[in-house]
Every structure is written in structure tokens, then in C-alpha cells.
Design a protein around this ligand. Structure first.
Ligand code: DX5
Ligand code: ZN
Length: 224
């Protein structure tokens, strides 16, 4: 299984965004988590296509776009065109989730489906064969800096068991409240793509990446 730290630029200093992305690249980070919020599916508004288009010009990282927007089907092609490598839509936001996943693949990018903390795994388990990743939200989507919701651990385990039972190649991403103390719980539960916003960007960016990467390696080492 491939493990990746996916720093979320929601917590970046937008005045220095390009510079901060360079620091992540220098630290060997391969994935960049990009949170798009519309003020409807979630209360807050973040940023959209122009920002992604700008950073795409300067970075070869894997752009993992998390759409926290209502009826995201409207924007799938636009996000693929402006540089997404993967697009994740919320199960709760789509009228026809299967169709949305198909649209993402038709646009030539990887497809993810996300569930909020209160949404059961059961709601998306029939789609596991169709997606590249499932994003288990471990806080209420909408804001960075919240506390990890412990009840979500079971959902990660349940999902990993299902994926293994069906012998599928599906990544499990976790998002919300991930730091050097919660990372152990989520990895042991079966997550392999670890989003971290405030933990990574608050303070010494390079130092934080080094610290969480070290911890990640240590935990993965105990699994083998
Ligand atoms: C929250 C976003 C997250 C956010 C995570 O709705 O989807 O990606 O940036 O932030 P932290 O790591 O601070 O919980
Ligand atoms: Zn996110």
C-alpha cells in the first residue's frame, strides 16, 4: 500500500502560497490536498479554479481536489481542465453519485468519494469498485483546525475490511484533525492517504513535515 502525506493548502499562508508549495516539494511531499468550498454545501468559502490554475503552472505535485460543493457535477470538467489529478465529490452533495464518478473518470482524472462523519460506509459501499479512493471525513467539513472525531475510526476499519474482502485497489484518505498524535490511530485503522492542514502549516512548515513523516514511517514500520 502506498502511504502519502497530503498537506491541505486551506491552512497555507496565501500570500506565500507558491513559496510554501516549493518547501513541501523540497521535503519530498508528492500530494497536495486542495479544498474547494462553496458556502452552500459547507458554511465557508475557500477558493476555486484560478488559484489551482496558477499553482499548476509551477508544480508537478499530484493535485488532489476535494470538492465541498453542492451539485459538484457542474464543475468536474472545469477542475480537470485547470489541473486536478484527482477529484473527490461528497456522497451527500450529488444527486447521481455513480454518474458523477463516471464524469470524473471521463475527464481523465482519478475519482474519489467522500463521506461526512455522520454518513455510514454503507451509503457508498456499492461504489467501491468504481472509485480510486474513499475520503473519510474525520471532522465536519468546512474548516481546518478542528478536533479528530474518534467515532470515525470504526468507519475507516470497516472500509478497509470491505476493500480487503473484495480484493480491491482503493485508497482510504482521512481528513480532519490529523496530527502527530492522531496519525497512529488512522493508519492502524487502515487509512493510507493522510490529509493534514493546520498541523503542517502552523509554524515551521519544513520541520512539521519532517516530524510527521518520521512518525508516519515509524508507525508503518510496526505494521509490516
Ligand atoms: C476541512 C477540510 C480539510 C482541512 C483539514 O473541511 O476538508 O482538508 O484543511 O484541516 P486540519 O488538518 O487542520 O483539520
Ligand atoms: Zn479536505
Amino acid at each position: 500500500m502506498e502511504y502519502q502525506l497530503c498537506p491541505s493548502i486551506l491552512s497555507a499562508d496565501f500570500n506565500r502560497l507558491g513559496e510554501q508549495i516549493k518547501i513541501l516539494e523540497k521535503e519530498g511531499v508528492e500530494w497536495l490536498h486542495i479544498d474547494v468550498m462553496d458556502g452552500d454545501f459547507v458554511p465557508s468559502i475557500s477558493f476555486g479554479m484560478p488559484v489551482i490554475r496558477s499553482i499548476r503552472k509551477e508544480s508537478k505535485m499530484f493535485f488532489d481536489v476535494h470538492l465541498m460543493v453542492s451539485a459538484p457535477e457542474r464543475y468536474i470538467q472545469d477542475f480537470a481542465d485547470c489541473g486536478a489529478d484527482s477529484i473527490t465529490v461528497h456522497a451527500e452533495a450529488c444527486e447521481d453519485l455513480e454518474r458523477a464518478i463516471e464524469q470524473i473518470h471521463d475527464a481523465g482524472v482519478k475519482a474519489g468519494v467522500s463521506i461526512k462523519p455522520a454518513t455510514p460506509v454503507n451509503d457508498i459501499s456499492h461504489l467501491l469498485e468504481d472509485v480510486d479512493m474513499v475520503l473519510v471525513m474525520t471532522v465536519q467539513p468546512g474548516f481546518g483546525g478542528q478536533k479528530y472525531i474518534e467515532e470515525c475510526t470504526e468507519k475507516i476499519q470497516e472500509l478497509r475490511e470491505l476493500i480487503e474482502k473484495e480484493e480491491l485497489d482503493v485508497d482510504i484518505q482521512v481528513d480532519g484533525g490529523i496530527n502527530d498524535s492522531t496519525i497512529e490511530t488512522v493508519i492502524k485503522a487502515g487509512a493510507n492517504l493522510l490529509v493534514a492542514g493546520s498541523y503542517v502549516f502552523n509554524g515551521d512548515l519544513a520541520g512539521n513535515v519532517k516530524k510527521i513523516n518520521r512518525k508516519m514511517k515509524e508507525i508503518i514500520g510496526t505494521l509490516e
